[in-house]
Design a protein around this ligand. Structure first.
Ligand code: NAP
Length: 239
């Protein structure tokens, strides 16, 4: 695999693939999380300046193939990727991880957006938010009968009716069991990321008959080739 690829990352799978790429490849991160310093490929950090900026980067760097391995909820960068490759005249391959599916006994409720989520939380007292930083913008709106726990990348000082835990996956089943028990979680809020590394919380919710509110997945644009798992993408890339 000697073509010059640009890998859009920010996920476990992207990092795994980046570890296999040589110095002709570029691994791109938005800059919100950790930046690895032990890769053989080039690493760049920060936005490109929309689809136009990405198309310019592709042209200037002589990129021949764009790989979109961003998170399923990172809809903006995936939309930019699909537009940029049309402008630049190259192909985009994407990893489109399937969402989790409920099993017997699961009480999963899908919500469209933050307003839908707030409505669905009515009647619960101890929600556990595991969908990133968005709840932090709403800490002043916590109803009097609720105490929130927000788990996201960076923790903060506790507030009268909220705890903000800083943590990074993968999360173990035992750890999640302990967390639900300690918090008395009565509802779990999550994105439907489909990632194995964050799946144990769903099993614990099932064991404890805790309902799960899932933020609906955004629509992602079609690209030249879509893969549902990393192994298939790797095979096509290195064949
Ligand atoms: P987003 O809303 O789709 O993208 C916002 C902007 O961030 C993009 O327009 C782009 O800026 C820049 N960007 C995003 N990913 C980039 C990348 N890999 N390389 C360079 N620039 C990038 O994305 P988001 O939801 O904020 O997520 C940001 C990053 O975190 C993504 O890479 C994603 O894979 C990762 N992540 C997201 C989630 C999630 O729940 N959303 C969860 C885990 C990891 P310009 O327009 O200036 O190019």
């Amino acid at each position: 695999m000697n073509s010059r690829v640009l890998l859009l990352g920010g996920t476990t799978e992207a990092l795994r693939l980046a570890r296999e790429l040589g110095p002709h490849a570029v691994y791109s991160l938005a800059g919100l999380g950790r930046v690895p310093d032990d890769l053989a490929c080039q690493v760049r950090v920060g936005g490109f300046g929309g689809a136009e900026g990405l198309a310019t980067f592709i042209a200037e760097q002589g990129i021949e193939l764009l790989l979109d391995l961003t998170h399923p909820y990172a809809a903006q960068i995936s939309a930019n990727a699909a537009r940029a490759v049309r402008m630049a005249g190259i192909a985009c391959w994407a990893l489109r991880r399937p969402g989790w599916q409920p099993g017997p006994g699961d009480d999963w409720r899908e919500v469209d957006d933050w307003a839908g989520l707030v409505k669905a939380l009515n009647g619960f007292q101890r929600p556990l938010f595991t969908l990133g930083r968005e709840p932090l913008a709403h800490l002043h709106e916590i109803p009097a009968d609720q105490h929130w726990t927000v788990r996201c990348l960076h923790g903060q000082e506790p507030m009268p009716r909220a705890d903000i835990i800083g943590a990074r996956g993968p999360f173990s089943l035992e750890g999640e069991r302990e967390l639900f028990q300690r918090l008395g979680t009565d509802v779990l809020i999550s994105k439907n990321s489909g990632s194995q590394s964050t799946e144990p919380k769903l099993q614990v919710a099932r064991e404890r008959s805790v309902p799960v509110l899932l933020l609906r997945r955004p629509l992602l644009p079609p690209v030249a080739r879509e893969f549902t798992d990393l192994a298939a993408l790797r095979e096509a890339l290195f064949e």
